[in-house]
Design a protein around this ligand. Structure first.
Ligand SMILES: [Zn+2]
Length: 137
C-alpha cells in the first residue's frame, strides 16, 4: 500500500485559508474559502453547493457578519459550515461571509463565528443545535 495522501500539494499557489474548530464539544465549525473544493468533505461540499445554488434566487442570502445581501457567488468570500460533532454527521448548516468581510475586513474566525452564533440563537431554543436548512416545498 503506497497510497499516501495528504500533505502539501505544491501546485497550490495561493494558500487557502481554512479553519476547523470544535465549539464546546458539540459542533464542528469550518471556515473555508468560497473556492475551496472541499474534496475530502462530501457533506460540506454538498451543503456548500446547495447553498450556492440558492444564491441567485431571492430572498438573497445575507453576509453573516455585516448583513449585506449577496445576489451571486462572486459576492461571497467564504463559507462558515457547521456540523454536529459526531462521527458521521449528516447535516451541515451554511453561512456566507461576503468578500468584503473576508478579504478586505479580514475578519477572524472568532468574529465570524460569534456572529453566526447570534444568528443561530433563534433556531437553538434549548441550546441544542438544529441544522438550518432552506427547504423549498
Ligand atoms: Zn459582510
Amino acid at each position: 500500500m503506497s497510497n499516501a495522501t495528504g500533505g502539501g500539494d505544491m501546485s497550490t499557489r495561493h494558500e487557502r485559508r481554512r479553519y476547523r474548530r470544535e465549539a464546546s464539544g458539540a459542533l464542528l465549525t469550518y471556515l473555508v474559502d468560497i473556492d475551496d473544493p472541499l474534496i475530502a468533505h462530501p457533506l460540506l461540499q454538498r451543503a456548500a453547493h446547495n447553498w450556492c445554488d440558492g444564491l441567485s434566487t431571492p430572498p438573497h442570502r445575507e453576509c453573516v457578519t455585516c448583513g449585506i445581501q449577496m445576489s451571486g457567488r462572486r459576492y461571497v468570500g467564504a463559507l462558515l459550515l457547521t456540523t454536529p460533532a459526531i462521527i458521521k454527521p449528516t447535516t451541515a448548516s451554511v453561512f456566507g461571509v461576503c468578500r468584503e468581510c473576508w478579504l478586505i475586513r479580514d475578519l477572524s474566525l472568532e468574529a465570524i463565528e460569534r456572529k453566526a452564533t447570534e444568528v443561530l440563537q433563534p433556531v437553538v431554543p434549548n441550546g441544542r443545535f438544529e441544522p438550518l436548512r432552506d427547504t423549498q416545498r
